[in-house]
Design a binder for this molecule. Sequence first.
Ligand code: NDP
Length: 481
Amino acid sequence: MSHSAQPTASLYIDGRPVEGQGAALAVHYPYTGEVIATLHEASEAQVAAACAAAAKAQPAWAALRPVERGRVLLRAAALIRERGEELARLETLDTGKPIQETRVADWPSGADALEYFGGLAATITGQTIPLGGDFVYTIREPLGVCAGIGAWNYPSQIACWKAAPALVMGNAMVFKPSEETPLGALKLAEILAEAGLPAGVFNVVQGRGAVGAALVTDPRVAKVSLTGSVSTGQKVYAAAAEGMRHVTMELGGKSPLIVFDDASLEDAIGAAMLANFYSSGQICSNGTRVFVQDAILPRFLERLSERLAAVKIGDPLEDDTQHGPIVSAAQVDKIRAAIAQGKAEGARLVCGGPGEGAFVPPTVFADAGDDMFIAREEIFGPVMTVLRFATEDEVVARANATPYGLAAGVFTRDLARGHRVAAALEAGTTWINAYNLTPVEAPFGGVKLSGVGRENSAAAIEHYSQLKSVYVGMGAVDAPY
Ligand code: NDP
């Protein structure tokens, strides 16, 4: 079967598909390596044209009643759900992730965001602050043109998570997907247009980092929301600072998952697998440092190995495949180098290894030290590092001894300990007896080097709006002149 996924054109500007004037971008299906589409980057003039279209469209969009803006998002969500199978297939071709994941996690989570924020639209109000006669009221205003920049691991979900709160607040957006996975954002632009979004409110430009950099510094851009690595986040945050632009930074992590000896072992192992191997480990919030308490460590590793031996690795378009290829050859090389370093530094390879071709199997290291590369650095691949611990105080201190702070998890049947440890962990998102669940209803984001701002939930609205205070004088002006 042909895997061709050529879109009408590479960019989407001012309500229509437009071909890019820049360098060619070949889009590969990671499983076979075949080229499934050839796109072209946006030229500098096209990035500027997208920002100009957004700036022109934004005031009329913001002037609509919120319930009307919300209705467009709700319609778009319904179209996504109707076309679930076709969109899941496209996402699998773009990313290589198993279709059993892309059917339930990627676009469906994007549709959740469009529904959540579409429904929230009409509830966003200001405050009245009484001053004993005089009073102040506040107006929550849109920021204007927002730039969204995405990573390759959840391309369509990221586009929806950024577009939904931005648009519902009356902003316009110019979105640049990762060069590795450019197709989903174009689909989102088409679906939003079909749902009734006015031309220019959501635009897509393609390109490598330089196109992202041009977008971030366009004078019309008031806010930048990036999902990506810490090093890109630092560059983009610095570039945004010059224009005092608002930012949301969803960056990487090296998150801890702590398993106490009273935990349900099977649940903790299931969570550790989800926390390391879903999407072939290419998830920012993954719990890649799995701290296991002394007494249960041998049994934990034994059962983990048994369960991993049954994982089906292979063709991502087959219904029962659970583990697919890595997104690109460059990423495969990085993961293999990390595995080699883990071995060289003396960690014990329990299962997995470098793999072949585009595949890296679920890989587990034990007997690792906190200072080893595999326990410190984000690998962004299917590599779990298991670390032994004895006491609660010790494990919390070790879990927090990292510059990252995206996520953390704790497994225990001791209610008080679960809450105490969750409170002590330095992370923006924590789970007790669960891992990697990121429902749109809950705020998501990092602390420390893992980022600033929050996506999802009503909290995201604060990051796509600004507050105006209106002071109303009700009496004579009391001037001492
Ligand atoms: P990168 O940081 O390399 O890229 C992220 C995006 O930024 C891409 O679209 C990239 O373009 C673009 N970009 C690169 N340089 C610049 C620049 N100077 N100015 C503006 N934009 C730029 O991340 P990856 O795509 O490689 O994704 C993997 C990383 O993302 C991991 O480290 C992971 O932790 C993190 N991540 C974080 C998530 C979170 O929510 N916290 C979620 C998913 C991933 P291009 O790729 O085309 O060069």
